[in-house]
Write a protein that binds this ligand. Structure first.
Ligand code: SAH
Ligand code: DHB
Ligand code: MG
Length: 221
């Protein structure tokens, strides 16, 4: 089975079920025009995140890794009227494009962007009133995944759902000799999650327009 076919099946899923609208398509166009790397979740994955927000009834969401706000928009639009999303982004240029995309999607009053390395902004978020979060999406620099998971648990309550992106990476996650810091960080995340007394987890492999990758999903107990 070819990657091209995975992409065409994703198109079919999006056409029949997901129905990406103008605000989302415009965000991707603005990202491309600004030269942002295309590391956003796919439309089908974005809708999955949107459904997770609704299934869990999340009112307070934390995201690590905003990029141009594509995943942010998918999640924030699933929030109830009094819901809030805080998203952390290292690159001020990414944050600026994201701010515009989020505002253009009509979600400006629901989303706060903290600019800076997440390791520096997480302690600030920890002092804010949105803690504990109901749902946390981790999608920033992969070497820091173990650190981010520790923070996520700290900012959680019993029942908080944590979703971690890019946990398959074309199967590279299997290779203990791989020297890519992103793979090392993700493998360390598996070890942390699997041995953590407060986490119950699985990972789902996905194929589609972004190739072969997947999400880990866990609940804090
Ligand atoms: N969640 C986005 C994609 C995020 S891509 C979406 O699906 O639409 C990863 C983002 O993490 C990039 O924008 C990158 O600049 C940011 N990032 C990298 N290192 C970071 C750090 N130390 N702290 C916060 N964000 C970081
Ligand atoms: C990369 C990062 C991501 O978060 C993603 O979803 C896809 C690719 C990357 O760093 O290449
Ligand atoms: Mg990702």
């Amino acid at each position: 089975m070819s990657e091209a076919l995975w992409g065409r099946v994703d198109d079919y899923i999006v056409d029949r079920l997901v129905k990406e609208d103008d605000a989302l398509a415009n965000a991707l166009a603005a990202n491309a025009a600004a030269g942002l790397p295309a590391m956003d979740v796919s439309a089908a994955q974005g809708k999955y995140l949107n459904l997770m927000v609704r299934i869990t009834g999340a009112r307070r969401i934390l995201e690590l890794g905003t990029l141009g706000g594509y995943s942010t928009i998918w999640m924030a639009r699933a929030l109830p009227d009094d819901g809030q999303l805080v998203t952390l982004e290292f690159d001020p240029r990414h944050a600026e494009i994201a701010r515009r995309n989020i505002d253009n999607a009509g979600l400006g009053d629901k989303v706060t962007i903290h600019v800076g390395a997440a390791v520096d902004t997480l302690p600030i978020v920890a002092t804010e009133t949105l803690v504990p979060f109901d749902l946390i999406f981790i999608d920033a620099d992969k070497p820091s995944n173990p650190l981010y998971l520790d923070w996520a648990i700290k900012l959680s309550r019993r029942g908080t759902v944590i979703i971690l992106d890019n946990v398959i990476r074309d199967g590279k996650v299997l290779d203990p000799q791989n020297t890519d810091p992103r793979i090392i960080g993700t493998r360390a995340a598996y070890d942390l999650i699997g041995s953590h007394p407060r986490l119950s987890a699985t990972a789902l492999q996905t194929v589609g327009s972004k190739g072969w990758d997947g999400f880990a999903i866990m609940i804090v107990e």
